[in-house]
Design a protein around this ligand. Structure first.
Ligand code: CA
Length: 281
């Protein structure tokens, strides 16, 4: 009787699970992304030599990862003045950069903070560096498959973009891949080479779209794009004309105390404190 009851319970549970999945699938509908714009609250200086690839806010200070081979760095930055308070070059040892077996130098990418440790991706090297938040001392190196673009931490998991339309969910302690999920927009998988710098806020993952002035809000529970932020008005025509073509919008950090965002771009002279508000009209 007990065994039979147990079998029945299992059968019922799995049937209910299956029915639940069907019901969920049938009621599934595509979100129409909200259209938002950044409302600028303040403007601050930003190092125009910083090829921003990762940006986060912690305890009153900005942390920034900058790319380009030979110029990559990890930085602690004062918001008000834009002054670089601490800069750690991200470079291979000199002996690896010369000779017949010379390797290309590192190209630093996304940045996330996990319990006092900064984790910094590299673009094509498959290595993520772990630093002590206070001292910038390098503590560890993780290895991973594929490329490194953006990284954020939601307090439970790391989210990693890699030049594909997928986000990788990773263990924050071991960096092990847990699962990959597709980012979709109105039922269509996003194109490759878009999802760049990331920021985790609540149920959303914000993603800069590479080579565009758009940031998407991704619902991390199902991968759907639920909002599109149009930041084309952020720079004036004159400011844009003064920038090189690769100086694109990239870098988004959230300040939980003010519930505001800091956004900037690669080689941009300014960093903006913004709120995202519905587009009018
Ligand atoms: Ca970020």
């Amino acid at each position: 009787m007990t065994a039979r009851l147990a079998r029945l319970t299992i059968l019922l549970s799995s049937t209910l699970l299956a029915l639940g999945a069907v019901a969920q699938a049938q009621s599934f509908s595509f979100a129409t992304p909200a259209r938002l714009v950044p409302q600028v609250l303040a403007t601050y200086p930003h190092d125009p030599q910083a090829f921003t690839q990762g940006l986060l806010w912690h305890d009153g200070v900005l942390y920034e990862s900058t790319g380009l081979r030979g110029q990559s760095s990890l930085r602690r930055v004062d918001l008000q003045s834009g002054e670089v308070l601490e800069r750690r070059p991200v470079s291979r040892p000199a002996e690896q950069l010369s000779g017949p077996n010379a390797l290309p130098d590192y190209f630093a990418e996304g940045l996330a903070l996990v319990d006092g440790r900064l984790i910094q991706l590299t673009w094509t090297e498959g290595e993520a560096f772990v630093y002590d938040l206070a001292t910038f001392e390098r503590l560890d190196t993780y290895t991973y498959e594929g490329e490194g673009w953006g990284l954020c931490y939601d307090g439970r998991y790391l989210y990693h973009s890699d030049g594909t339309p997928y986000l990788s969910l990773r263990d924050p302690q071991t960096f092990e891949l847990i699962v990959k999920f597709a980012v979709t927009i109105q039922g269509q998988t996003l194109a490759a080479n878009l999802l760049n710098e990331l920021e985790c806020v609540g149920d959303l993952v914000y993603g800069n779209l590479w080579q565009t002035d758009f940031i998407v809000q991704i619902d991390k529970r199902d991968g759907q794009v639920v909002g599109i932020i149009d930041a084309r008005e952020l720079l004036t025509a004159e400011e844009r004309a003064a920038l090189s073509p690769n100086a694109v919008l990239n870098g988004i950090a959230h300040n939980p105390e003010t519930d505001t965002f800091y956004i900037t771009g690669k080689l941009w002279p300014k960093l903006y404190e913004v709120r995202f508000v519905p587009m009018s009209g």
